[in-house]
Design a protein around this ligand. Structure first.
Ligand code: MG
Length: 253
């Protein structure tokens, strides 16, 4: 029986475009006919250590000056404490948000819940990373601390529990690597394409390209609160617990 192969990239070579799904014989084709050389892929220098920013990243916190890239909710200088290259939530100072706004991105952020354990369930080491101001990746100390599964560390709050719990003990640094695709909207305000999120917690996949139903709500049904939006800030939550952050960088995709 004659063997046939599906060819989908021939159009990039200026050859006759096959109908999608049509089977085209490879007979007579050469390997170089399916090679794409231009434009050359951009060269980026990776970090030498895991978590180190690659050369094309925007550094969102340099360990010294938080006000360079962040404000509080009112647009003023943030009231969180910066010390020894680390920024820590100050209870009551409110959230902080990036001055820059983003659409699709890769975000790296390192966080640490307080070494001194206090509180339980949602009250222990609670903060959060809001993507485009609307969609929270939960930060919580879930090391030997049960809470509702769709509200624990690495969850997309009240929509997707993390696949696994990879929390390190309180007081140890942990990382999130978040890959985010912004939504698009229909004219009636509903999602045409919902936001899509992948999260690695301490290098382990805990969210694999999930599609959000709407903003991550504390109370209520996400679908009912969808409001069309453009690029948005990264927001870090003040939930009253002294959670710390360092080494925050982002790459626009
Ligand atoms: Mg939170």
């Amino acid at each position: 029986m004659k063997r046939l192969k599906l060819v989908v990239t021939v159009c990039a070579l200026g050859a006759a475009m096959p109908v999608m799904g049509q089977q085209v014989p490879t007979m007579g084709m050469k390997p170089e006919m399916t090679e794409v050389w231009e434009p050359e892929v951009q060269v980026v220098t990776p970090g030498r250590l895991p978590g180190e920013a690659p050369s094309d990243a925007i550094l969102l916190f340099d360990g010294i000056d938080l006000a360079e890239e962040w404000t509080d909710a009112k647009g003023n200088a943030p009231g969180w404490k910066v010390e020894d290259g680390v920024v820590t939530v100050v209870r009551g100072a409110g959230e902080i948000r990036t001055k820059r706004k983003f659409s699709d991105f890769q975000l790296h952020i390192e966080w640490r819940s307080p070494a001194e354990v206090s509180g339980e369930s949602q009250g222990r080491g609670n903060s959060g990373v809001f993507l485009q101001e609307n969609y929270e990746v939960q930060i919580l100390d879930n090391y030997h601390n049960r809470t509702y599964r769709n509200g624990q560390a690495g969850s997309l709050y009240k929509q997707y529990p993390p696949l696994v719990n990879v929390c390190r003990p309180p007081g140890e640094w942990q990382s999130y690597d978040i890959i985010y695709t912004a939504p698009s909207f229909h004219k009636d305000g509903t999602f045409r394409e919902p936001p899509k999120v992948t999260v690695l917690h301490n290098g382990v996949v805990v969210q694999n390209g999930v599609s959000l139903r709407g903003p991550t709500e504390y109370i209520g049904i996400p679908e009912y609160t969808v409001v069309p939006h453009g690029p948005g800030s990264i927001v870090l939550q003040d939930h009253g617990n002294p959670v710390s952050f360092r080494n925050i960088w982002i790459r626009e995709l």
